[in-house]
Design a protein around this ligand. Structure first.
Ligand code: SAM
Length: 226
């Protein structure tokens, strides 16, 4: 699909793209190029879940870890009216997240941070809603997806290296009464990740399964201490 011109803003590294593509994601248009993971339609279910949870959690911004071009968090921000802090280590992906926020008319309430989520979230920051879409392909299987940037899909030995890091960050930055939704690749990965949740003060409330992945809702293990 060719990119429309209305409202599109070229920002930073996204300027260098040889061929910008655009997908419709919910009611948003999301621009990206071959250096960034193509947004998958099914992952709008993560935005849907965040929207459902938004009415039950305290006021405040959504934190999105591993935002890529920003599709999941931007759709959640558009639907909930909440501010969004979107984090990605890849400067090209982060530039597209900025560009897509502007195109969606959300620039005034979206902050994009370029860097590893372990490094760019202040220790005192707390968020009532956290979304995470880490790379989750086991390293030995990444060559099955030659069209995807390796840094966007390589989850290490069992696919869960970055997801475990997300759990630690969620445990540290999820505010009182808050909820998080993290994406993994399969029911087996959801089970394996759930085993480590308590170590970070988290519990798995529900897992929703989809043909191409799974979403896990996490809360604080003991809300009395938060
Ligand atoms: C599976 S892609 C998700 C992209 C986006 N959420 C989407 O649906 O298109 C994973 C993203 O995580 C980013 N990433 C990997 N490790 C990271 C880290 N430690 N901190 C921040 N971002 C990271 C990659 O740059 C990549 O954009």
């Amino acid at each position: 699909m060719p990119e429309g011109t209305g409202g599109a803003v070229t920002v930073g590294a996204a300027q260098d793209a040889a061929c910008v593509d655009v997908v419709t994601f919910g009611e948003l248009c999301i621009a990206f190029d071959e250096r960034v993971l193509r947004p998958r339609q099914w992952t709008s279910a993560q935005s849907d879940w965040a929207t459902q949870l938004s009415s039950d959690v305290p006021h405040g911004a959504v934190l999105e870890l591993c935002a890529g071009a920003g599709s999941i968090g931007l759709l959640a921000a558009a639907r909930t009216g909440r501010p969004l802090v979107a984090v990605d280590a890849d400067p090209v992906a982060a530039a597209y997240a900025v560009r897509n926020a502007r195109r969606a008319g959300l620039a005034d309430r979206v902050e994009v941070r370029t860097g590893r989520f372990e490094d760019v979230i202040g220790c005192g920051e707390r968020y009532p809603l956290v979304l995470a879409d880490p790379p989750w392909v086991p390293r030995q299987q990444t060559d099955r997806y030659p069209e995807d940037p390796l840094s966007a899909i390589d989850g290490g030995h069992d696919g869960l290296d970055v997801a475990r890091g997300c759990l630690a960050t969620i445990g540290a930055h999820l505010g009182p009464g808050g909820a998080a939704v993290i994406q993994v690749g399969s029911a087996a990965q959801a089970d394996a990740l759930a085993d480590g949740a308590a170590r970070h003060g988290l519990r798995v409330v529900q897992v929703r399964h989809f043909p191409r992945g799974a979403l896990m809702r996490l809360d604080h293990l003991d809300t009395r201490n938060r």
